[in-house]
Design a protein around this ligand. Structure first.
Ligand code: NOJ
Length: 565
């Protein structure tokens, strides 16, 4: 038996996930903010695409300091998104279409407007005080340690009432929950039960590495603080114990999937979290490839990425599957700019490179997570002023950039390549005023390119990116070799070509991707050239015969089939 035949099969390994940022997907009541009814109205589109699972970013009650990642009531739907009745209808309508739903569980922090925090803040004697981290100031009044928050200068906010600080790794409105307290853990397990009973199929676990902290909350040296902060803030001694307990208490009780947001976790340790015998999570998605086009540790300083590093990361993470784990694969989501503008060419080769990236995503070993809008080739935004942006991360980033000696003008240019808001603009449905997203001005501007890039036009064009995705999704769903098959990078050292094989039993799929504006001859060698049958190409005139010496066109992507290599 080969390795790929030993992998146990599961629906969550075979499914294709479609991520929806509810605020930006479809507005149904004209308030300029996407909502659940909007999603319901678009379910036929989603199901026609062929995806099988939806991941919704947080839909719970929230003051929206960080667009729903600050939850004030975990059992209530955010007012702007609708009601519980809307949610129940969404679940039912999804079931009618064989679509599963996973929700976003923000388990490291709540909102400061959550009842727990409001009670905790009333007095150090409150039974909820220990739901959060409170510490006395240093003798000189400064915060208890030197941690720098992702969204603020410090991770500590001062509470005058008690002369103590509370910890918030994200914004001051996102106080960290204290997982050392068993009551907090039980609250989270109860929340999971609650939504599972409502009919969802699992959860994406937000920033889960942070739930266990070093008990002494020690200072971090300046260098580490810049680079892998989440490892130092979190990744504490009880992380595996907590995940294991959560699995035992709740995850194992359902046929569900969990996918952890694995920022800071390395390929070497991945299987400790997702190995089948570990009984922790089903999969995690790592961030290693997300920092390749940034200056080390600097979210707002873009640089050109090197495909060789990208390929190495993919191969390194694939080893986790050989160790009994499973991967989640993504190239973009609501926390990063559009994948096409980062890794493709969103200019003259927009269509070709969007299809190429789609092929990369859907032919990897791991559950693919598509981000809505990528299937029509949406791009970053060309905004020139700060007032266009909405994200707390941008405004905090601006202050830190200026304080660090950077220039405002430069920062604004960098935002076009780095800001999370690039991926949060409204879904581009049609040619109407706000791209069919809303009848009124949206909470964030529509990308001005919607007249060219939208669903309506894409549906009409048989060669559109959208139709390419549909074909690709169909191919993946019906070919277990593309799901479970071995992964072999055939040209790991080539700077612009990505050529890999996926094989299982007698079947081999060969994927050739040219990450370049230039065409070139490649010598595939006699072995690879045996894969003569082209199943899918991103050019209108696909290559018929794959020659040993092959001319690969700019951003060409080809999927070939062979019975052996
Ligand atoms: C990760 C989420 O994906 C991001 O959007 C959010 O800002 C932070 N976690 C804080 O919850």
């Amino acid at each position: 038996m080969t390795n790929s035949e030993k992998i146990s099969e599961a629906w969550w390994k075979e499914t294709i996930v479609y991520q929806i940022y509810p605020r930006s997907f479809q507005d149904s009541n004209g308030d300029g903010i996407g909502d659940l009814r909007g999603i319901i109205n678009r379910l036929d589109y989603i199901s026609d695409l062929g995806v099988e699972t939806l991941w919704l970013n947080p839909i719970f009650a929230s003051p929206n300091d960080d667009n729903g990642y600050d939850i004030s009531d975990y059992r209530k739907i955010m007012d702007e998104f609708g009601s519980m009745a809307d949610f129940e209808e969404l679940v039912e309508q999804c079931k009618n279409r064989n679509l599963r739903i996973i929700l976003d569980l923000v388990l490291n922090h709540s909102s400061d407007e959550h009842y727990w925090f409001k009670e905790a803040q009333k007095s150090p004697e409150s039974p909820y005080r220990d739901y959060y981290y409170w510490r006395k100031p240093n003798p000189d009044g400064t915060p208890p340690n030197n941690w720098v928050s992702y969204f603020a200068p410090s991770t500590w906010a001062y509470d005058e009432n008690s002369n103590e600080y509370y910890l918030h790794i994200f914004s001051p409105k996102q106080p960290d929950l204290n997982w050392e307290n068993p009551k907090v853990r039980q609250e989270i397990y109860d929340i999971i039960h609650y939504w599972m009973e409502k009919g969802v199929d699992g959860f994406r676990l937000d920033a889960f590495i942070l739930i266990s902290k070093h008990p002494d909350l020690l200072d971090i040296d300046e260098e580490s603080l810049k680079h892998e902060a989440s490892r130092f803030f979190g990744n504490g001694p009880r992380l595996h114990e907590f995940l294991h307990e959560m699995n035992r208490e709740v995850i194992s009780k359902y046929d569900m999937m969990t996918v952890g947001e694995g920022a800071g976790i390395t390929a070497e340790e991945a299987s400790l979290f997702v190995g089948e015998n570990r009984k922790e999570l089903h999969m995690i998605y790592h961030f290693d490839h997300m920092s390749l086009d940034r200056e080390s540790g600097q979210f707002f300083k873009p640089k050109k990425f090197d495909l060789r590093d990208f390929k190495k990361i993919i191969s390194d993470w694939d080893k986790c599957v050989l160790e009994g784990g499973w991967n989640a694969v993504f190239l973009g989501n609501h926390d990063f700019p559009r994948m096409l503008s980062r890794f493709g060419n969103d200019g003259i080769y927009r269509k070709e490179s969007a299809k190429l990236l789609g092929m990369l995503l859907l032919t990897q070993r791991g559950t693919p997570f598509m981000f809505s809008g990528d299937e029509i080739g949406m791009t970053n935004v060309p905004w020139e002023t700060l007032d266009k942006y909405r994200d707390i991360h941008v405004f905090d980033g601006y202050e830190k950039y200026i304080k660090g000696g950077g220039e405002g003008k430069e920062f604004l240019q960098n935002l076009k390549h780095t800001a999370r808001d690039n991926a949060r603009t409204p879904m581009q449905w049609d040619l109407s005023e706000y791209a069919g997203f809303s009848i009124n001005e949206p909470w964030i501007d529509v990308n001005p390119n919607f007249e060219k890039i939208n669903v309506e036009e894409s549906l009409k064009d048989p060669h559109s990116i959208l139709n390419f995705y549909k074909t690709l999704i169909n191919i993946r769903k019906n070919n277990p070799s593309l799901i479970y098959g071995e992964y072999d990078d055939l040209f790991p050292d080539h700077p612009t070509l990505f050529v890999y094989a996926r094989s299982r039993k007698e079947e081999v799929y060969l994927i050739i991707l040219n990450f370049d504006d230039k065409g070139r001859h490649i010598n595939l060698g006699p072995r690879i050239a045996k894969a003569k049958k082209c199943i899918l190409s991103n050019y209108e005139n696909p290559p018929i015969l794959l020659e040993e010496k092959w001319w690969v066109r700019p951003w060409e992507a080809g999927l070939f089939y062979s019975t052996s290599l």
